[in-house]
Design a protein around this ligand. Structure first.
Ligand code: TXA
Ligand code: MG
Length: 318
């Protein structure tokens, strides 16, 4: 345990903004998961994120902004992009857009790609921090590479310890799975990563079909979407019904099951299940008296798409 967890007082927010401006690393809560933030315009600071997470440099980061009007200054936009931003921001939706020509100092954030990922989080602390810093904040999930994303300040501290200068504590994240990432660089809208905003809501708003990227693990279109990405410390089996659970398995249930060690949502509410998912996986993997984890089937619609994506990756082994 480290003591770099800070209550979100005005003084601590000021100090965190100063830390960002000066090139330090600040972990902060968002609506989805905790992020590990640095000033996008300081490549050395951004490099510090990759080092702290032990994340490969080819895997680009999402920029977090606090003002929709800033978006056209930061990336190439058109009316479709701005309509989507006005409707869904702040919220659990990340856009992949074409970069502007002039922004070579963003090469580290974008891993040299011609595209840029950007979002506006729906969390007062995150928005205050970005505004007070005066710069967009590059932030991946605040966990070591290939572990589940943190949904509490304590998770961040357990995973990254003193590799981060400050952790702002905003309590548990409401949504609990990462943003939906939609590629808007082409004519079609393509989801690169299923997440906190259901595909159905994007389709309902635009009246257009939204495509899912083919998910080929050898050629992930969001470079971070490797097949084995969210790995708990115990082997994980998915789509396991109650009668199939083995006696030596820790059982994470969903809906009306009676023998679950933890239940993602007894009422079968996908929002509640998403919010509990990563914390329960962390809890389950602590139970080394079990030889594996089993998870109930989760419906493949709405937030179920994101939940199933995460647990499918977590269950993958080479
Ligand atoms: O909910 C979230 O999105 C959280 C919070 C902190 O905002 N962030 C997050 O970041 O999940 P991270 O780095 O763990 O995942 C970002 C994903 C990676 O898979 C990365 O490959 C993809 O976004 N990505 C970033 N920039 C991209 C780009 N220019 N083109 C395609 N994919 C990109
Ligand atoms: Mg991540």
């Amino acid at each position: 345990m480290t003591n770099n967890i800070y209550a979100p007082t005005p003084e601590n927010l000021d100090r965190a903004a100063q830390t960002i401006r000066n090139g330090g690393l600040v972990a902060f809560p968002t609506d989805t998961v905790y992020g590990l933030g640095a000033n996008v315009y300081l490549p050395d600071a951004v490099a510090g994120i990759f080092a702290a997470k032990e994340r490969p440099l080819f895997d680009p980061l999402i920029s977090h902004i606090a003002d929709i009007d800033f978006l056209p200054e930061y990336a190439q936009t058109d009316s479709r992009v701005m309509d989507l931003a006005r409707h869904f921001w702040p919220g659990p939706l990340t856009f992949v857009l074409k970069r502007k020509d002039s922004d070579h100092c963003l090469d580290m954030v974008c891993s040299g790609l011609p595209n840029l990922a950007v979002r506006m989080p729906n969390h007062p602390l995150a928005l205050q921090l970005i505004k007070a810093s005066g710069v967009p904040i590059a932030a991946p999930s605040a966990n070591r590479f290939k572990t589940v994303s943190p949904t509490t300040a304590r998770h961040v501290s357990d995973s990254l310890g003193n590799k981060v200068d400050m952790i702002l504590d905003g309590g548990p994240c409401k949504i609990g799975v990462e943003t939906t990432i939609v590629d808007l660089t082409g004519r079609k809208m393509v989801i690169l990563r299923a997440g906190g905003l259901p595909k159905e809501e994007l389709e309902a708003f635009t009246g257009e079909k939204v495509y899912l990227s083919d998910g080929n693990p050898d050629k992930p279109s969001a470079p971070g979407q490797l097949l084995k990405h969210y790995a708990p410390g115990l082997p994980l089996r998915i789509n396991v019904t109650e009668d199939e659970v083995r006696p030596d398995e820790f059982f994470i249930g969903f809906g009306s099951v009676s023998s679950a060690h933890l239940n993602l949502s007894p009422q079968a509410d996908l929002r509640e299940a998403a919010a509990n998912l990563f914390a329960f996986m962390r809890e389950a993997e602590k139970h080394r008296e079990f030889s594996g984890i089993a998870i109930s089937p989760i419906p493949e619609s709405g937030l179920g798409l994101a939940i199933n994506d995460r647990i499918r990756r977590a269950s993958y082994h080479d």
